[in-house]
Design a protein around this ligand. Sequence first.
Ligand code: PEP
Ligand code: MN
Length: 264
Amino acid sequence: QSSRLLHPEDTIIRTPHSVIGGNHFVMMAGPCSVESAGHVERMAEVAKQGGATVVRGGAFKPRTSPYSFQGLGEEGLRDLRAAADQNGLDMITEVMDDEHVAMVAQYTDIFQIGARNMQNFSLLKAVGRTRIPVALKRGMSATIDDVLNAAEYIAAGGNHQIMLLERGIRTFDNKYTRNTFDLGAVPVLQELTHYPVIVDPSHAVGTWELVTPMAMAGVAAGASGMIVEIHDDPTHAFSDGPQALKPKTYLKMAKQAFQLHDLV
Ligand code: PEP
Ligand code: MN
């Protein structure tokens, strides 16, 4: 079902405000975590100014430590929904647990499956039973074939609205980059599947100074869009502050990304 051989034309996903796939370019931006109603609303406004049609924000956070901020839960979903609606945007948010799928479905336009859950098969099957688009993030040690098989778990349930997110993988040297951005995966996935391929330069590099150059590299590699973390006060961000772009930097990067996409 994922294969180009059986399905040569690009899958195009349509959400209320976005067209995702093929030669379209979608910008998704927002904070790593939903921190408060007011904050996410302001960040949604910035996202929109940069040309985003989707606002991101985690309400259920897959933190490495159980003592780190875990997200606002359903209240965060409500806040993100309101921020999206006030700005005429779609929302994307992570669902971590199959028991939460029905609840998150009441709010979101796109489910995000996090890297740590890429092979959580009961979760994949649960979102596969819905008809809500799914953004599947590549696991940090997942091969390309692992990604394709994970997508297959979603498609097997009848949900074919899948996009694949390259967010960097673990390699032998991630001292200066949080992960290694596997740019080659972008054209490879596009050749093997008909699903939109989106890049996440934020998690790929982990520090904001590296986000713009690698975001451009992702666009040059032919991605159908990007998802990027933004924050107006990164040092006080609840999660992933070091990789957040401040509004001014994001606006500049986004402008360049759209311009570059027109050339690719
Ligand atoms: C995120 O998008 O904030 C996130 C947790 O990403 P990943 O699953 O790629 O680590
Ligand atoms: Mn994050």
